[in-house]
Design a protein around this ligand. Structure first.
Ligand SMILES: [Ca+2]
Length: 174
């Protein structure tokens, strides 16, 4: 009887140890995925500043990258951020979904905006332009390669054709 009790206690203790271990493991494997992504982004872009839980900005907020809110499986949990007035926006997914980057209209002095600088190279799948300017979108940096499409003033596209999807690398607005 004594031996059986000891064995039972050992089993219970083992169960508690297992619970404690799995609890610790659960904490370890569920870090804030959004913050991890931002940390990586800040390491790659030292000129970027984190401005909220899921946004990073450049140039005093003229450029804002918004990470999509996701659950632990990486599934988007919140509606996409609408493109604010006075800005044009690119979205990583169709239907204005996924991560997005927005540019303030005062950048439209015919300068070229290279998307790799803002962690947004070759991923654009939809866009909205809420500025008074037109925007040319190019397949290479420096307004190089073929012009893929144009984002005319106060228009939007909820999805790009396959041949120009996930290809935008630079833009200029005028
Ligand atoms: Ca995409």
């Amino acid at each position: 009887m004594k031996r059986i009790l000891a064995a039972m206690l050992a089993t219970v203790a083992g169960g508690i140890a297992l619970l404690a271990t799995s609890g610790a493991a659960a904490v370890a494997i569920s870090p804030d995925a959004t913050q991890q992504k931002i940390d990586k982004l800040l390491a790659q872009h030292p000129d970027a500043i984190q401005t909220s839980r899921n946004t990073v900005s450049w140039q005093q907020g003229d450029v804002v990258l918004t990470l999509a809110r996701t659950n632990i499986e990486g599934v988007q949990t919140a509606d996409a951020a609408p493109c604010p007035d006075g800005r044009f926006c690119l979205y990583a997914d169709a239907n204005f979904g996924g991560d997005s980057v927005s540019f303030r209209d005062r950048l439209c002095d015919n300068r070229i905006i290279n998307l790799p600088s803002f962690n947004f190279n070759d991923i654009t799948s939809s866009w909205a332009n809420n500025t008074d300017f037109d925007v040319d979108v190019w397949s290479d940096v420096g307004a190089g390669g073929p012009r893929l499409f144009q984002m005319f003033t106060l228009t939007e596209s909820s999805g790009l054709p396959k041949n120009i999807n996930d290809r935008a690398s630079s833009l200029n607005c005028f």
